[in-house]
Design a binder for this molecule. Structure first.
Ligand code: FES
Ligand code: MG
Length: 585
């Protein structure tokens, strides 16, 4: 046990408050009723919350119920007292209408718990997509010593001898079923084969991305993000996490000491190198907002655009999370970038060492899974940040643009970075599903699919619906994907050329609300613009008509939270946070 600090712990205000002996007795009474002793509660031992995200409703994080036992042992071993409590569940694929709705609710409720209960520090049990940002956002707002622990990814899935990645396989399976290669039973078999164990998605989707970036940000122990859930090392790191948070309380090492601008730049760069999800700018942006670091969405292009893709993991590559761990995980990637001077090596981390100290010399154990910097999978793998008369900001991963796409949309051979196509516009995912197979829609190999009404206000929480599949007729003709543009998000596990997270969204009057099916649209990557080629006076007339009908129409709220969030949420280019919450720092 580390020596007790000279400064009084926060929890003393509850359990040892000479100014209010009556309330102290009342707190003691209740927290002793499950077996803690007065001696423990008044001994100046740090009281450590374990923010438990695992439950039967949250399968990707369910393993935390087991891991928490090792966390408790670590806390006790270092002289602390563990208090485990439930966190509002978020499960990416289980929650309707979208788990995006719950990130800010979980954030809000966790802030309230951390602020209002006798806790000196907290272990954040992260994993499934939105659990990681929600918990880090709350720790940022409350700014008490906090350390994250991943539940870990699932082990590799296989189908007919080939790696099948959870989340990603669904796109392939749908395509196979559309082409008649498998029936529904085969579809289910293929999809479930991709998820063979406890843990979160084994692809480089939003979960693996955010868990990796939590490590890069310095918020979890080095080398721990990629450990598969069932691995022995995962339980061991749970124990070490529990031990470490007690010392962090003694050292008063807080999120604001760790989550600096430099740490966020490191995260942006590593996100490009790992092929991270397009949800990362939203979630990382939200964490930055709550800790008070200025991180405009344009920083993703400024710092991340030129970084090459090093990690060969689905959906961009071939391997899965188990392979990533075996090949060296996050430290090996950081070390590659560090050798090029692309990492702020002196950024502090939870273990008291800098990111540079933690990752220096971390070897790549398999250079096909993690490529050396000099031999990347793709150059310039980061996001481009685009703007124009359809939106002020949206992001695009240009590394997924294929030669086939270039040939189909190139308008002028002298300008190889400019593309033109005709808009096909959908108002929400239901509209897309109803009409995409309708021949009257006139979808061709030169169409660009637009999804609007899918942003944080229009489809509360912003749905992952901008990945739209081409109609079956085009698929059978060999056109595997059409570019998609929208004010919603895209699943981090899909890989089609898309322009995402467009802000402002149609529902708050963004230019996207004025677009009509048939409008020519020009995407100019060299100039960073996307424009509908529609005359100014015509756009003004459309704006007048839209205003006359009371603005862009979107569906009614179905729950109180949907309505509350709609009134308070910001746009995706600034993290999609609850705007009134940002000032609480
Ligand atoms: Fe939870 Fe993929 S659904 S991580
Ligand atoms: Mg997702």
């Amino acid at each position: 046990m580390t020596d007790a600090p000279s400064r009084p712990l926060r929890s003393r205000a509850w359990f040892d408050n000479p100014d209010n002996p009556g309330m102290t007795a009342l707190y003691l009474e209740k927290y002793m009723n499950f077996g803690l002793s007065q001696e423990e509660l008044q001994s100046n031992r740090p009281i450590i919350g374990i923010a438990q995200t695992g439950s039967d409703l949250a399968p990707c994080n369910r393993h935390h119920i087991e891991l928490a036992k090792r966390v408790r042992e670590g806390i006790r071993d270092a002289g602390g007292i563990a208090i485990e409590f439930p966190v509002h569940p978020i499960h990416e694929s289980g929650k309707r209408p979208t788990a995006g709705l719950d990130r800010n609710l979980t954030y809000l409720s966790l802030v309230e718990v951390l602020h209002g209960y006798p806790l000196d520090g907290v272990v954040l049990t992260i994993g499934c997509d939105k659990t990681t940002p929600a918990l880090l956002m709350a720790a940022a707002t409350v700014n008490m010593p906090a350390i994250a622990l991943s539940s870990g990814p699932m082990i590799n899935g296989y189908f007919q001898g080939e790696r099948a990645g959870s989340g990603t396989i669904i796109w392939k399976a749908r395509e196979m079923m559309a082409k008649g290669e498998i029936d529904y039973a085969g579809f289910v078999k293929l999809v479930t084969a991709s998820a063979p164990s406890i843990g979160y998605c084994n692809t480089m989707g939003t979960a693996s991305t955010m868990n990796s970036l939590a490590e890069v940000l310095g918020m979890q122990l080095p080398g721990s993000a990629a450990i598969p859930a069932p691995h022995r090392d995962r339980a061991e790191v749970a124990f070490r996490t529990g031990r470490r948070i007690v010392d962090m309380v003694h050292e008063d090492l807080k999120p604001s000491d760790i989550l600096t601008k430099e740490a966020f730049i490191n995260a942006i760069r590593v996100n490009s190198a790992i092929g991270g999800s397009s949800n990362a700018p939203i979630h990382i942006g939200a964490i930055a907002r709550h800790i008070g670091v200025d991180l405009p969405v344009t920083d993703w292009q400024a710092y991340g655009r030129d970084i090459p893709l090093l990690v060969n993991m689905q959906p961009a590559g071939d391997y899965l999370a188990e392979d990533f761990y075996r090949a060296g995980g996050v430290p090996a990637v950081v070390n590659q970038l560090m050798e090029q001077d692309l990492i702020h090596a002196d950024a502090p981390t939870v273990n008291g060492q800098t990111l540079g100290q933690n990752c220096a010399g971390a070897a790549i154990e398999d250079t096909d899974v993690i490529r050396p910097y000099a031999a990347p999978i793709t150059e310039r793998a980061g996001f481009l940040v685009l703007s124009g008369n359809i939106f002020d900001a949206a992001i695009m991963k240009t590394s997924v643009i294929s030669d086939e796409f270039r040939a189909r949309y190139l308008s002028n051979p002298d300008d190889p970075e400019a593309f033109e196509g005709r808009a096909v516009v959908f108002d929400g995912p239901e509209d897309y599903h109803e009409r995409i197979e309708d021949p009257a829609l006139g979808v061709t190999e030169n169409s660009i699919l637009f999804m609007r009404g899918a942003g944080p206000v229009g489809y509360p929480g912003a749905a992952e619906v901008v990945n739209m599949q081409a109609p079956a007729a085009l698929l059978t003709a060999g056109i595997s994907s059409l570019p998609c543009v929208g004010d919603g998000r895209q699943s981090g596990t899909s890989g089609s050329p898309s322009i995402l997270n467009a802000a402002p969204e149609a529902a708050v009057g963004g230019g996207l609300a004025l677009l009509q099916t048939g409008d020519p649209v020009r995407i100019d990557l060299a100039r960073g613009t996307v424009n509908m080629l529609v005359a100014e006076d015509e756009l003004a007339a459309r704006r007048t008509a839209l205003d006359a009908q009371g603005g862009y129409a979107y569906p009614e709220s179905q729950t109180p939270w949907q309505e509350i969030q709609r009134g308070l949420v910001g746009q995706l280019d600034s993290g999609g946070v609850l705007e009134p919450a940002v000032k609480y720092q």
